[in-house]
Design a protein around this ligand. Structure first.
Ligand SMILES: NC(=O)c1ccc[n+]([C@@H]2O[C@H](COP(=O)([O-])OP(=O)(O)OC[C@H]3O[C@@H](n4cnc5c(N)ncnc54)[C@H](OP(=O)(O)O)[C@@H]3O)[C@@H](O)[C@H]2O)c1
Length: 288
């Protein structure tokens, strides 16, 4: 049985990914506080001891505004931590799959980004995730970078956009939502399945490189909120469009971080569903 080491196993994506991989692999999942990827010696020793075939690296500082206000910590975790994991992979001959983001782009493109667009991050989170990508490419030949976007699917513990919108929509009669930032909502279950299928391909070693992997489609936050209301049957709360300039957040957001799964499609691997179909599955199974 092949061995897979997963960092950030206790996070939103890890909670969907780990049980799925346990059905077919010998899995070791680690996370804070016991396993800190910024501890160079400890992470190298732990990965080396397990000696995995593949490392799926999810651990990250994902609070975009937190990264902006503490850039040193963001760099330590997202850039240097990722480099530590890459070096550990190199030392034990493991293939690395690194989860990165659509925030590596500047957001000025009129439509979704493809893998050949030039990275040009505009905030600390995007910059440090991109520095992580550079570190992976510097140390390894056998790597995958999977860029994804607007993940949802935290289940009963969800505190992110979908859960917040449902909670507020049931309490209030009016909500202001921005209509000028666009993304590709991505369900944890679909993304986990896509990575599982991708790594299960017979010739997966032939396909090293960068892949965008998101729910199909591109939507703004307001349209996403409308779809959530419609599925959850929330009718008594008005959704009011506002500009993102109204909220004075520490980190600038790219206007568009939506991604097209161009390279996976070229391989004939149509692994992701339309975001609306996946959202319906999630909302009906978790909130109704
Ligand atoms: N969420 C999104 O919309 C999104 C979009 C694009 C890309 N991604 C990428 O996808 C991956 C998974 O995202 P997610 O939403 O599952 O994130 P998440 O829920 O924030 O999970 C990340 C995990 O990493 C852990 N972690 C943080 N610092 C660490 C350190 N120094 N050492 C070890 N573990 C550490 C976190 O622990 P604590 O909770 O204790 O801090 C958390 O359990 C991340 O790499 C993220 O950058 C996410």
């Amino acid at each position: 049985m092949k061995k897979i080491y997963i960092t950030g196993a206790g996070g939103m994506l890890g909670k969907a990914l780990v049980p799925l991989f346990r059905t077919a692999y010998d899995v070791r999942g680690t996370d804070l506080p016991e396993y800190d990827i910024t501890d160079t010696a400890a992470i190298r020793e732990d990965v080396g001891f397990f000696s995995p075939d593949i490392v799926i690296h999810l651990a990250s500082m994902t609070d975009v505004d937190g990264c902006e206000t503490d850039p040193e910590m963001a760099r330590r975790v997202n850039a240097e931590g990722t480099e530590n994991v890459a070096v550990a992979c190199r030392d034990c001959g493991a293939t690395m799959l690194y989860l990165s983001t659509g925030m590596i782009y500047n957001g000025q493109k009129p439509g979704p980004y493809i893998e050949y667009d030039k990275p040009d991050p505009i905030n600390v989170y995007g910059r440090t995730k991109y520095e992580g990508e550079i570190a992976v490419r510097k140390h390894l030949r056998s790597y995958y970078i999977f860029n994804t976007c607007w993940i949802f699917g935290g289940g009963p513990e969800d505190k992110k956009f979908v859960a917040k919108i449902i909670e507020l929509g049931r309490e209030k009669d009016r909500l202001e939502i921005v209509d000028d930032t666009f993304g590709s909502p991505t369900y944890t279950v679909d993304l986990s399945r896509a990575i599982f299928q991708f790594l299960g391909e017979d010739d997966f070693e032939m396909k090293y490189g960068r892949y965008h992997c998101t729910g199909r489609g591109c939507v703004n936050r307001l349209e996403l909120a409308r779809e959530i209301f419609s599925i959850a049957g929330i009718e008594n709360c008005e959704l009011v469009p506002v500009s993102s300039e109204k909220f004075d957040l520490p980190a600038p957001r790219p206007r568009i971080e939506a991604l097209s799964n161009y390279s996976l499609d070229l391989l004939g691997l149509h692994l992701m569903r339309d975001w609306r179909v996946a959202l319906r599955d999630y909302v009906t199974s978790t909130f109704i």
